[in-house]
Design a binder for this molecule. Sequence first.
Ligand SMILES: Nc1ncnc2c1ncn2[C@@H]1O[C@H](COP(=O)(O)OP(=O)(O)OP(=O)(O)O)[C@@H](O)[C@H]1O
Length: 309
Amino acid sequence: MDHVIEARGLAKSFPGAEAVRGVDLTVGAGEIVGFLGPNGAGKTTTLRMLTTLLRPTAGTATVAGRDLTTDPAGVRRRIGYVAQGGSTNPACTAARELVLQARLYRVPDPRARAHELLERFGLADQEIGTLSGGQRRRLDIALGIVHTPALIFLDEPTTGLDPQSRGEVWRHIRDLRDEHGTAVFLTTHYLDEADALCDRILIIDRGEIIGAGTPEDLKRRLSGDIVTVEIDGDARRARDALAGLTAVRSVRAEERTLRITVEHGDRILIELTRALDAQGVLPRSIRLTRPTLDDVFLALTTREAGRAA
Ligand SMILES: Nc1ncnc2c1ncn2[C@@H]1O[C@H](COP(=O)(O)OP(=O)(O)OP(=O)(O)O)[C@@H](O)[C@H]1O
């Protein structure tokens, strides 16, 4: 896979704070990668280094095909960056702001590009100060991609938006990937956002990456799926029959309830019911629960806290 970000040992120290401690990360072309972590974990500092706004104390990175330290101007020309609060002038109109941005990046025919983006992001040409929060965020993203970068950075793109506006912003982010092959590197505090939107997730805590993978991988790796079976009869007898199945990680039996931890719950349900049937055990109900990203996040960050204590 072609990489639009390749960072090795990226670090940033401030007087009295090691904000980022040697981070390795890659982002592939056309990939949506979510960067998660508790407050003060080092997300914004990493993002500001990758977008050339902060100089790393150590490490190397290639971003959009250019070296971060030797060619920061080359990086800036090839990326889009949408800061947390955006940076638009409320008295300016949406089209005017887009035209100015297009001129800044020497985009051919800035007016045509501005109107194309207004249409694509469902925006009218009105004063920016009169836009809703969701419209404003969409305009911020349109401004970030005016020069068709292969990679865009979004710092908390949906913070403060209502669910409907969040959904709209998600749709536009997906379209960037699906229709234009744009890679997206975003920070978020919302685990459901990372789950719904991201191809891959990186979790940072205390300046170090402590977990990485697809949302599904992360959930599976940490806890597995839980199948809860209510039965007629003695759960302990049934437990011994199930514990021998290779896909079963563990079985807990409590009176008439079995809690079975398995790797892929959906693939093992039939095997489970057959094994119970072979023991003459009749399931009254079977429920499959998958861990959420919240469980993963909590497990990882509290483990780190425990280690540091
Ligand atoms: N300019 C600075 N001077 C000193 N310390 C800083 C500076 N910027 C960040 N830090 C410290 O570096 C650490 C990482 O901060 P950073 O803003 O990158 O975290 P974050 O993950 O983006 O947090 P949040 O989710 O709260 O935005 C924190 O301990 C912060 O206090």
